[in-house]
Design a protein around this ligand. Sequence first.
Ligand code: PLP
Length: 493
Amino acid sequence: MKTNGGALLSSLRIDRASDRKISIQLYMGLKEILLSGGVMPGERLPASRTLAKEIGVSRTTVIDAIDRLTAEGLLEARVGAGTFVSRVLSGRRGVALAAQPGTAGAVAPRLSHAATHAQRLFAPRSWLPHKSQAFITALPALDLFPMAHWARLSARHWRAGREEVMGYGHPSGYQGLREAIATHLNAARGIKCSPDQVFIVSGAQQAFFLISALLLNPGDHVWFENPGAIGARNAFVASGASIVPVEVDQEGLSVADGLAKAPHFRIAFATPSHQQPLGHVMSLPRRIALLRAAEDADALIVEDDYDGEFYYGSQPQPPLKSIDTQERVIYVGTFSKSLFPSLRLGFILVPRGLVDTFAEVSASWLSGVPTATQAIVTDFMNEGLFSTHIRLMRRAYKARHDALVEAMAALSTRIDLQATASGFHTVGLLPDDADEERIVAGAHERGIIVAALSRYCMTPIGRKGLVLGFGGVTPDEIRRGVKTLRTLPDLAS
Ligand SMILES: Cc1ncc(COP(=O)(O)O)c(C=O)c1O
């Protein structure tokens, strides 16, 4: 049989400068030719000696590659006759292996309806940073974390029984942690609940996805704070729900605005303890109005209490969940702010009527969160280290908040800093003539991170501002950061 081994060889590329082994390159190169239809099914391959000579590699290397491809069924060895392109490849012309970006013939994957539409609607959310620098919003005070205690508890858990730390954990979460969280919520946050209502997830973001997947149908109305949290919004968008931007004023989410825009809402998303990003605390009358509206519409409220532990004014408003007598509130908590974000640990406190559904779905869909991590956090809570850390952080965040307020006084003609009594970020309002984007870019060039208020908005809110984080930034860095901001032409007074 006449072969077209010449064509086969001419398209084989071996890069001797590459870090990749020549045997792997040969195997991958031949495989690509076979799968892309570069040779015909049934065609005989040149003899290994010929191939080796022409490519300039050892015969053993060629034989190894051919053996692997034969084992995979892409080549067929016939005793005494040679090696042939497998007939299973008939009709496979054009199937490209690992198409490179821009490769002609690369197949664009067909996306689901949700992904096609959601991608258009997602708010851009850059990778959240890990470096503490002025004025990062996403990070707690990593510099003050009690690493020695954490290391001690970690060591203890990795020495525990192998099955305990290495096997699959319970999909609803480690029982000890569910109990510790329920105890904490009862004692410290005034929320009456039991451990079976607590579901452990991989951060608040997973909680939002899970809630959306379980409770929303495409087209359902979701009240969403405008401005509001970007990650949570994307999770709701992905479900195909119709996101209704609801105004936020000094008292929090405006129930009147929500009712005017979508009285038959299915879910209202709110950050009552510390509005993301404006920093307001939702007033009690507003909380009651929101609960009533949810009851009237037979809707649910998702309360994102991401940094509510960190109040430093007078006694804070307890979470909305603590006055939820009708079981309308799904409470979402995270350890990203109270401990640190790379834990990827959060929880959902679900109304009693949804416990069975969440348990069933967790068991069917989720693979759980690393057991050791959960066990370490459990001990951290049970040994009182968690509450001590929260108490210390309240003081530290107050000091950092005050350092920001003091330093920003020098910029008061250009930035109206909104003092806050909780959390670890706030907003500096800008005059109407300010160019948010230019300030953000100028700050970035000088090594300072500030976020434009408009990033958090679905529709314009008629206010301009900068979101400034202070919790993850030392007072010295805060002062230096403000000095740098003062060098921006847009902020010079
Ligand atoms: C409003 C809001 N909620 C929750 C979180 C925490 O999300 P996760 O627990 O997935 O880290 C963040 C993170 O920055 C946030 O901005």
